[in-house]
Design a protein around this ligand. Structure first.
Ligand code: NAI
Length: 305
C-alpha cells in the first residue's frame, strides 16, 4: 500500500521526546525521511544533549525507517539554517517543517523576569520564524512545502502564569497565517496544531490543589501519539488544499478552531464618538458579547473522548 508521505523529507524540531518524537516515528512509518532535531534541553530550556535526538533516530532505524539527528537550537538563526542544510545535504531536499520545539518558564505576569520572557519568545516565536524562514527558499524554488506549527490554547484562549508562552503561541498563529498568505503563490501551505497531551512539559504543571491534581490525572489519559495522524496528514499531498487553519487535537477529538472576526459593531453617525457616548451607547451594546476571562480548561471543560 502507498504510504502517506513516501520519500518526503520532513524536519521535526524538538523531536527528542513528547509530541515531536511521535511525529517523527509516525512520519517515518508513513515513508518520510526525518530530520530529528532536539537540543536536549530541560523543560525550562537549560542544557544540551544530542542523545535525545539520537535515541529517536535509533528507534526509527530499528523499525526500518530513515532518519538523522540534529542537536541545534531553534532559537539560533544559524542553528535553524544548519537543520535545513542538513536535511538537504543528507536527503537531497526538504518538503516539510514541523515547528514543535518548546520550553516553559511559567510565572505570574507581575513576577515574570525579562529573561523568562525572552527565553520563551526566543524558542517558540523566534524559533518558529527562524526554522520556517530557513526552509522558505527551498519551498519557494520547488513550488511546494508544508509548515506545521504547534500552538496552544494557552495562547488561543488563555491561561494563568503564561504571559510569555501565550504571547509566543498566539504570535505563532499569526506567523502561520502570514506564511500561508505570502507563500500560497508557491503552493506552500502553513497550518497550526494546538495539542493536548501528557508529556514532560505538562508534568511540570503545579499539582498543589485537589483541582489541579484532578486536571493532571485527566491530562494523563491524553497520549502524545494521538496528535501525530493530523500532522502526518498536513505534511502530505492529500492536504494540498488545507492552509491557514488552526486545529486542536485532544485524544480522539480533532477541532477546527475559530479565528478572530468582528462580533458586533456600533456606529455613531456622522458626528463620531465621544468618550461619553462610548460609555453610554457603544459599551452597553457590546457588553453582552464580551468574552469572560476564560482559561483553556474553562472552554475545554468536558473529559476527552
Ligand atoms: P516536551 O518538553 O516533551 O518536548 C519539547 C522538546 O523541545 C524537548 O524534547 C526539548 O528538548 C526540545 N527543545 C526545547 N528547546 C529547544 C530548542 N531551543 N531547540 C530545539 N529543541 C528544543 O513537550 P511537548 O509537550 O511534547 O511539546 C511539544 C510542543 O507542543 C511544544 O511546542 C509545546 O509548547 C506544544 N504544546 C504542548 C501541549 C501539551 O499538552 N503537551 C499543549 C500545548 C502546546
Amino acid at each position: 500500500m502507498m504510504k502517506f508521505v513516501q520519500d518526503k523529507v520532513v524536519l521535526v524540531t524538538g523531536a527528542g521526546g513528547g509530541i515531536g518524537r511521535d511525529f517523527a516515528l509516525a512520519l517515518a512509518r508513513e515513508g518520510a525521511k526525518v530530520v530529528v532535531n532536539d537540543l536536549g534541553a530541560s523543560v525550562g530550556g537549560e542544557g544540551q544533549d544530542l542523545a535525545r535526538a539520537e535515541q529517536v533516530v535509533q528507534e526509527i532505524v530499528a523499525a526500518g525507517g530513515t532518519a538523522v539527528a540534529n542537536g541545534d537550537s531553534v532559537a539560533d538563526w544559524d542553528g535553524a539554517n544548519r537543520m535545513v542544510t542538513q536535511a538537504v545535504d543528507t536527503f537531497g531536499r526538504i518538503d516539510g517543517v514541523i515547528n514543535n520545539a518548546g520550553i516553559l518558564r511559567d510565572r505570574f505576569f507581575f513576577n515574570m523576569s525579562v529573561d523568562e520572557w525572552r527565553a520563551v519568545i526566543d524558542v517558540h516565536l523566534n524559533g518558529a520564524f527562524y526554522v520556517s524562514r530557513a526552509a522558505a527558499p527551498h519551498f519557494k524554488a520547488q513550488q511546494s512545502g508544508s509548515y506545521v506549527h504547534m500552538v496552544s490554547t494557552s495562547g488561543l484562549i488563555g491561561n494563568f502564569g503564561q504571559a510569555n508562552y501565550s504571547a509566543a503561541k498566539l504570535g505563532i498563529a499569526a506567523l502561520s497565517k502570514s506564511i500561508a498568505m505570502d507563500m500560497a503563490r508557491f503552493k506552500v501551505r502553513s497550518n497550526c496544531i494546538s495539542p493536548f497531551a501528557w508529556s514532560r512539559m505538562i508534568g511540570a504543571m503545579p499539582t498543589e490543589t485537589p483541582e489541579q491534581q484532578a486536571r493532571v490525572e485527566r491530562l494523563k489519559t491524553m497520549e502524545t501519539a494521538k496528535i501525530a495522524p493530523l500532522a502526518v496528514y498536513l505534511a502530505s499531498d492529500a492536504a494540498a488544499e488545507v492552509s491557514g487553519q488552526i486545529f486542536a487535537v485532544r485524544a480522539n477529538e480533532i477541532f477546527l478552531m475559530s479565528q478572530s472576526r468582528p462580533l458586533r459593531s456600533m456606529h455613531a453617525g456622522g458626528e463620531g464618538w465621544t468618550p461619553q457616548t462610548v460609555a453610554e451607547r457603544a459599551i452597553p451594546a457590546m457588553r453582552p458579547s464580551f468574552y469572560k476571562l476564560d482559561r483553556s480548561q474553562d472552554v475545554f471543560d468536558w473529559d476527552p473522548a
